[in-house]
Write a new protein. Sequence first.
Length: 503
Amino acid sequence: MRIIVSTQNIHEHNVDCIALVVQQDALNTPQIEAIARAYLPDMPALLAHRNFTGKEGSVTVLTGQRDGRLVEIVVAGLGSAPSASIPLERYRRALGRIIRSMESRTCAALLLAVPDAALFGCDAATLAEQTSVALHMASYHFDEFITDTARKVKVPELVVLMGNQELATQQSAVDKGTVIAQAVNWCRHWIDMPPSNSTPTHLADHADDVARKYDLKIKRFDEHEVINMGMGGLAGVSAGSEQDCHFVILEYRCGDDAAPTVGFVGKGITFDSGGLSIKPAASMETMKDDMSGAAAVIAAMQVIGQLKPRVNIIGFTPLSENLPSGKATKPGDILRFYNGKTAEVKNTDAEGRLVLADALSYAVKNYKLDAIIDLATLTGACAHALGPFFTGMMSQHPAFAARVQESGDRTGDRVWPLPFDNDYKAAIKSPIADICNIGSGKYRAGAITAGFFLQNFVDDVPWVHLDIAGTAFEVPDIPYYRPDGATGVGVRLLVDLAMNWQQ
Ligand code: BES
Ligand code: MN
Ligand code: ZN
């Protein structure tokens, strides 16, 4: 999909579909007037006849014509402003609804009447960027394994954005949004691919491609090197798998030696069967999504290589499968991590923290980091606590956590803090090793006790842990996602964090 900004009149474009968003009970706008005049004089009356008032979540499709050419007119409601302005997330979702409502028709070219940025309390550049992000994200579909061509999703090839004079200069903001959303969609693609087509080696190869294309430095350690470096967690999780594990590091340097350096770490379990503590069949169905953290980090690095923020960013991804076999790590085994600490493995299904322990230790030991953030589909407990709309955030560094929360609110990758109090630490004591890989039942709070496991590996570096178990896959009701696939959660947040690091 190509998105361009135009200053021509509405009727000068040869499109088959026109779309616009409206505020509730404010349907007599100059935009509607112009569209009605050019294509469908009865448009206001028809909308009234359908009781279309612009409610949040509503969408309706009319047909207009000009010079004998038919055009679909899609109108999506934004609802009314809760305070002074309407949240941008509502606009992103309205655009998602517009793209969805066109899937059943064939629309090659869409003209979108972009509303005034003032409606959302933002500037024209932000609105142009977010328009592009939402349109591209909504257009994502995973259909390369569907052979029935009738079932292939069709999306417009061209979108023309029309708005006021201020919007007209915003093509570069649109292009920035395209760079971000294309990476989000790559992230989703890597996750949606069947797990046997998306192994640690495949993902490491994608990281290689990203490094080559966007001029990032890459270090790629194979299983042999992982074992020799003393990464007993990653090696231990990989032991049961025929696939080699990898530890991949992508480095972006901004060119300023005085600039701060931030580490991004992503859990990359390309399939999580639970290992010998095997999962029940139903819980395993979606476990190809267990590399969503790593995919988000690689995708974010792809954007960072292009948008070039004024901060150094290092991405770390431990990549492995978690499978049972005669060589697999057993409950009762004790693993030794890169930083020398040991953990008793009581449950091989708590494997994410084992691979992250090595990645975090390696990051804080070998790089001078000003902050480190990890993303992991870490616990079912987090998914249960918060559901699909908020990522769980754990941190003891309020200033860093506040930045992450702001990036989440701005981009739509929303996070919510869980209490991260030292009282929970005792849950992961072990009588025979430094710590245990599952929390004692008495403490419940599985998301938080997993967070405290990770805390052993970040030294004193300001750290935020994001548990994306609930938000990475199969999120319902958000029209710019797909309800049965990956969301690409975290990419937008990480990019925003990097771009706004130096105010
Ligand atoms: N990958 C899972 C967590 C998960 C669950 C992600 C649901 C996405 C959706 C993780 O490795 C896991 O199995 N965690 C266990 C931990 C337990 C054994 C302490 C869990 O949550 O049950
Ligand atoms: Mn697991
Ligand atoms: Zn897992």
